[in-house]
Write a protein that binds this ligand. Structure first.
Ligand code: ATP
Length: 604
């Protein structure tokens, strides 16, 4: 058997090393905002300088007002303080607005890219990935990433510049005192690195658990009818509780690890202050310099003001690592490449009659258990072929191979002689209309649901399609007619109405090939009759492959293929197969037993 083909997987695994992730973030996302970052940097420089300037205002306050008591200095110092705070306020506003703008732009960009990537992924990918997990990466991981981008940029810009200016002030005022104050700070580096490493792991685990929680919520709310019907509220609540508790534990652990920096930094801050008071205070007491007090206060203010930005810089690594864990998870998805794609040189599918042929086709979903074995099947142009067989026989699998939801492992599938793998996907899917058991309507108006896939369709075309599908009458009776919103998944319509809207959608698409998975759901006989009439109308003039659950379909089909365990065991016309007394005759007796009264009617 040839290698696995119908999956989506990263072609080259995402490089999740810190360096590669940072480089990719900067190159692909942050880099695009160079101009705004430059303006934000100017604002940050102003914030840093005004903070430094404030410490220099302390000196005249102490020396001129407190010590020398020069009244004429009051107004100039007050005005200078006002100017410093005004400039700092405006600059802080500028940098924070710009940083938010950049952060949110990056989120929007990443989300749009991620959506475009995911929507292009193969069906196999969606079969193995819970939607909740994807939603969680979309919302949570990207938001963690945004936080990191903003905090990192602010830390690199505002905090480091402010700290630099203030440390500069300290060295300027008394370089020996500055060295003494910072002597102990390098001891924080090792814990910072360790904490960062742990945070990356914890953050990755938290995000993954949040994904599990989203999946759980998604499943239980989607399946709310079953939850209620089986009285499983308490069970589901307990299940949710246990996942919520795990998320809580991880968040709490993260907070503890992240918080471990506080005692370290406070301790170092304390040591610095003690050193400054002892050494600096001693200098002031023993000095004859009249400006010594002013310098000492300026130094202490600079130290106190530098403390917060330095603390944030110390936290930078752990917040960066949290963001990188999120970036790795987002990039992994961004690097997915669908494997079912157009081959180089693929031509558009040219349909004349739309004859379908399966030649010696074998396929398995998981490489282990084959779902189809050497299937040979043909649907002549314009004819109707019915697939029958027990559950799990492979009927839906045959349907899945036609629009290339999956590619065959062996053999080939052709339409009018063209191998499906040699034609473009868009042209192939354009020529196929699919009406399946699970009718999926979107939470939109009936008009939009019918026109789905043909967004430019004119009103008369939409109405004509609805009329042909026997849906026009009931649509007109709805409060807003074609503008009626159908609710999530079409819940506001009955099962039969939903099916007729889906048939109208296929009518409007007007594709030459029709894949029809007939509903098994028990519609009442009037609904069933209307749906059946609509389907019969839809099949006119098209090549139709039908998974037949209705007697009338099998009876009227040009050819019936009987499947068992992935193999075709019999084929032929209804009468011929019945007369043969083989698998079809048995299946007929079993599956269509309920309709025993109808065969004569249907066959007539
Ligand atoms: P039914 O009448 O119950 O819908 P079917 O004849 O359409 O059944 P298929 O859905 O084609 O049967 O399934 C054929 C086999 O492939 C089954 O054994 C099934 O378990 C397996 N199968 C179907 N879909 C998948 C999937 N997405 N991943 C893995 N295995 C699958």
């Amino acid at each position: 058997m040839s290698p696995r083909v119908a999956t989506t997987s990263p072609q080259s695994p995402t490089d999740t090393s810190t360096k590669a992730l940072v480089r990719r973030l900067v190159r692909d996302y942050v880099g695009a905002h160079r101009q705004k970052i430059a303006i934000a940097l100017v604002c940050m420089v102003l914030v840093a300088l005004t903070t430094g300037a404030f410490t220099q205002l302390i000196k005249p306050i102490i020396n001129d007002i407190f010590v020398a008591k020069r009244e004429e200095m009051l107004l100039p110092i007050a005005l200078a303080a006002l100017a410093v705070f005004l400039i700092k306020g405006i600059a802080t506003y500028g940098q924070s607005v710009l940083m938010s703008l950049i952060g949110h732009k990056i989120v929007a960009e990443l989300q749009a890219q991620l959506y475009a990537r995911l929507i292009g992924c193969d069906l196999a990918f969606f079969n193995r990935t819970a939607p909740g997990t994807l939603v969680s990466r979309f919302i949570n991981d990207i938001s963690v990433l945004r936080n990191t981008v903003s905090t990192t940029l602010v830390a690199i810009g505002k905090d480091s510049l402010t700290a630099l200016v203030l440390v500069g002030v300290m060295f300027y005022e008394d370089w020996i005192l500055a060295i003494i104050a910072f002597l102990a700070f390098p001891t924080a580096i090792l814990p910072m690195v360790k904490i960062g490493r742990r945070m990356r792991k914890i953050s990755g685990a938290t995000q993954s658990q949040v994904g599990t929680l989203s999946t759980l919520l998604d499943e239980s709310f989607q399946g709310i009818r079953s939850v209620k019907a089986y009285g499983m509220e308490a069970y589901e609540t307990a299940r949710a509780r246990s996942t919520i508790d795990e998320v809580f534990e991880l968040n709490y652990k993260g907070a503890r690890v992240r918080g471990a920096l506080h005692p370290i930094m406070e301790g170092l801050g304390g040591i610095a202050i003690v050193a400054v008071i002892l050494y600096g205070g001693h200098q002031v007491i023993t000095s004859n310099d009249p400006n010594a007090a002013g310098s000492f206060f300026a130094f202490i203010f600079a130290l106190l003001l530098a403390y917060e930005p330095i603390k944030r810089l110390a936290r930078l690594n752990s917040s960066l690592q949290e963001g990188l864990a999120a970036a790795a998870r987002v990039f992994e998805l961004l690097d997915l490449k669908p494997e079912i794609t157009n081959r180089p040189g693929a031509a558009p599918l040219a349909v004349e009659g739309g004859a379908i042929a399966f030649q010696d086709v074998s396929f398995s979903y998981d490489d282990k258990t084959p779902a189809l074995h050497q299937v040979d099947l043909s649907v002549p142009a314009g004819k109707t072929v019915a697939l029958v067989g027990p559950s799990g026989a492979g009927k839906s699998t045959i349907m899945n191979l036609l629009p290339r939801f999956y590619d065959v492992d062996d053999g080939r599938v052709t339409i009018d002689g063209q191998d499906l793998r040699e034609v473009t996907l868009a042209s192939l899917r354009d020529k196929i209309a699919l009406v399946s058991q699970e009718v999926l309507l979107f939470d939109d108006t009936i008009r939009a649901n019918i026109a789905y896939g043909r967004s430019g369709a004119s009103e008369p075309d939409i109405v004509a399609a609805a009329q042909a599908a026997g849906a026009d009458d009931f649509i007109r009776q709805l409060p807003a007619g074609y503008d009626t919103a159908v609710g999530p998944r079409g819940v506001k319509l009955s099962g039969g109405q939903r099916q007729r809207v889906a048939i109208a959608r296929a009518m409007l698409k007007n594709a030459p090939i029709l894949l029809l998975d007939e509903a098994t759901s028990s519609l009442d006989s009037e609904s069933e009759r209307q749906v059946q009439a609509a389907l019969t109308q839809l099949m006119v003039g098209r090549t139709s492959l039908v998974i037949a659950h209705r007697l009338s379909t099998v009876v009227h089909a040009d050819v019936i293929y009987v499947l068992e365990a992935g193999r075709i065991v019999e084929s032929g016309g209804h009468g011929e197969l019945l007369a043969r007394g083989g698998p079809y005759a048995k299946l007929y007796a079993l599956q269509f037993a309920d309709s025993q009264r109808e065969p004569a009617e249907a066959a007539s």
